[in-house]
Design a protein around this ligand. Structure first.
Ligand code: 13P
Length: 269
């Protein structure tokens, strides 16, 4: 794929990526107000930022209409199947049809609560890629795994099928330690740096280079700058703090305070 084609397919290329994951929160009135605020504040968003909002499925179209292209839409979950008798599911094609350019897969809540394993996760990612949607694949260890020093092994496991996506999927990987999600606890920036280096190595073993890595887990307007300042971090995946429009905007504005905003891949860069 040419660089021009890549830039069209993957709007995040060379940018810092800010993903809001609302999870199962919000209402029609909330979406309308949130979207209107993002649109109103659009001019304050740095050109170096790629902003994606993953609202609950029923609100995607309302959000799309409200933001009028000011930010990108992302799905929170899509099916492994393309269509058919799968009650309650949304296909990757439907997500694309409604305007999603990005889609979350492998979130720890889906893994834990809905028993999604690595095979299912990569299947879902493949469907997204086929539909022209960029997968944001979430990985991360539990508290127990961390205490047992198993983080690297867990990340290896979670990424073991990743080469089937191929080098032209536009894939984004989000490192979200499970113990940091919704807890107010975060790894130190030093820890994130080390873990992201391990993830780069694993991705390179699978022939995947230039994969942007996001950090997620209790990101707030107060700590986002510390993570974004690392050259190993190309963006953040934000849960709770993204439900407050102004805090999410403040997180994006952290970018103005740091000097680098480019995508890095190999360790020697
Ligand atoms: P919190 O930011 O609420 O910790 O959630 C992180 C997350 O799970 C985003 O996908």
């Amino acid at each position: 794929m040419s660089r021009e084609a890549q830039e069209v397919a993957w709007p995040h290329l060379g940018k810092e990526i800010f993903v809001a994951n609302w999870k199962m929160n919000g209402s029609l009135a909330f979406v309308e107000a949130y979207g209107a605020r993002l649109l109103e504040q659009h001019s304050t968003i740095s050109k170096k930022a790629c902003v994606v909002v993953c609202s609950p499925t029923p609100y995607l179209k309302t959000l799309r209409d409200a933001v009028q292209g000011a930010v990108f839409l992302g799905s929170q979950n899509t099916a492994t199947a393309q269509s058919g008798a799968f009650t309650g599911e949304m296909s990757a094609n439907m997500a694309a049809d409604i305007g999603c350019r990005y889609g979350l897969v492998g979130h720890s809540e889906r893994r834990r609560l809905y028993h999604e394993n690595d095979t299912i996760v990569v299947e879902k990612a493949l469907r997204l890629v086929e539909a022209g949607v960029v997968p944001i694949l979430c990985i991360g260890e539990t508290e127990e795994q961390r205490e047992m020093n198993e983080t690297a092994e867990v990340l290896h496991q979670q990424l073991r099928h990743i080469s089937s996506l191929g080098p032209t999927s536009g894939l984004i990987v989000a490192y979200e330690p499970v113990w940091a999600i919704g807890t107010g606890k975060t790894p130190t920036p030093d820890n994130v740096q080390k873990t992201h280096r391990i993830i780069y190595e694993i991705l390179e073993e699978h022939g995947l280079c230039n994969v942007p890595l996001l950090y997620g887990g209790s990101v707030t307007a107060t700590n986002a700058g510390d993570f974004l300042a690392l050259k190993e971090v190309q963006g953040v995946l934000v849960g709770g703090a993204s439900l407050k429009t102004d805090e999410f905007l403040q997180i994006i504005q952290c970018l103005d305070k740091i000097s680098q905003a480019s995508v890095h891949c190999s360790l020697d860069q």
